[in-house]
Design a protein around this ligand. Structure first.
Ligand SMILES: O=C(O)c1ccccc1NCC(=O)[C@H](O)[C@H](O)COP(=O)(O)O
Length: 277
């Protein structure tokens, strides 16, 4: 069983428990009462032409299967406020419990504290989780192509859009990018971490980003350690980077986000100039 399969097995068990406690109809009632979703596509520069700014999706991440415990994060809301102050475009909150030590309670605390779009970062395998995300005020959900068949991918993306949210559709191979494009994904991430082996290979992004259709927002996910990594991803077509570990371990995450945005903007300016020549 791969790491991803193992995570998903636990996610299904935990979701079954929540479904017993709060059936879908109740979650749908709560979703209907939630404030409308914020436009994460716009916040990530989807409507800017040319996309001259590098956006940062900043993640609230306590633990991970690859690294174990990363940071204590006793107050996720306070961390999120620092992210917002630093200029984060979107905040990602991990809600998976067993391997990432996240929760919907963390998500709720962050939702109360900030006004920018929020990604509910979980392993989506059922429509219930998409309704649940909306009921908790999410603006963006994660759809991992490797975890879904084409029918699920299309149905889940359509439901996400019907509920007024956007989806970060995550890929790791050329074939997964084709599948994401075929269902009309508007925000496509390339995760340089292989979720089946946990290996991080930053070269995967440059090899794949050109095959992402024009018009989609391009996200480089995982493995950002410093400004050099941001420059590398931005020079190779990233409109945004999704960063967890480097921010939760830093004592000044706001300053780090600002540095990443500055480094990314310079690299994008270089890329745009080169394409005009
Ligand atoms: O982070 C992991 O070890 C991991 C393992 C298996 C599935 C998903 C995993 N992480 C989810 C992510 O995509 C990252 O949290 C996110 O991209 C940020 O990564 P990083 O900046 O490297 O912490």
């Amino acid at each position: 069983m791969s790491v991803l399969d193992d995570i998903i097995a636990g996610v299904r068990e935990d979701m079954a428990q929540r479904q017993r406690e709060l059936p879908l109809e109740k979650v749908q009632e709560r979703a209907a009462q939630a404030a409308p979703a914020l436009d994460a596509f716009d916040a990530l520069g989807g409507n800017d032409n040319p996309r001259g700014t590098l956006r940062v999706i900043s993640e609230v991440k306590r633990s991970s299967p690859s690294k174990g415990a990363l940071a204590e994060i006793t107050d996720p809301a306070a961390l999120a406020v620092r992210y917002e102050d630093g200029g984060a475009a979107v905040i990602s909150v991990l809600t998976e419990q067993r391997r990432f030590n996240g929760s919907l309670a963390d998500f709720d605390a962050v939702r109360e504290a900030v006004r920018i779009p929020l990604l509910r970062k979980d392993f989506t395998v059922d429509e219930y989780q998409i309704w649940e995300a909306r009921a908790h005020g999410a603006d963006l959900v994660l759809l991992i192509v490797a975890a879904l068949d084409d029918e699920q991918l299309r149905t889940f993306l359509d439901l996400t859009h019907e509920l007024g949210m956007n989806a970060l559709v995550e890929t790791h191979t050329a074939e997964e990018i084709e599948r994401a494009a075929a269902v009309g994904a508007r925000i496509i991430g390339v995760n340089v971490r292989n979720l089946k082996t946990l290996e991080v290979d930053r070269s995967v992004f440059a090899a794949l980003s050109e095959s992402i259709p024009a018009g989609a927002v391009v996200i480089a996910e995982s493995g950002v350690r410093n400004t050099a990594d941001v420059e590398h991803f931005a020079a190779n077509g990233a409109n945004a980077v999704l960063v967890g570990e480097a921010l939760v371990k830093h004592n000044d995450p706001a300053a780090t986000i600002a540095e990443f945005m500055q480094a990314g903007a310079a690299a994008i300016a270089g890329r745009l100039q080169a394409s005009e020549r």
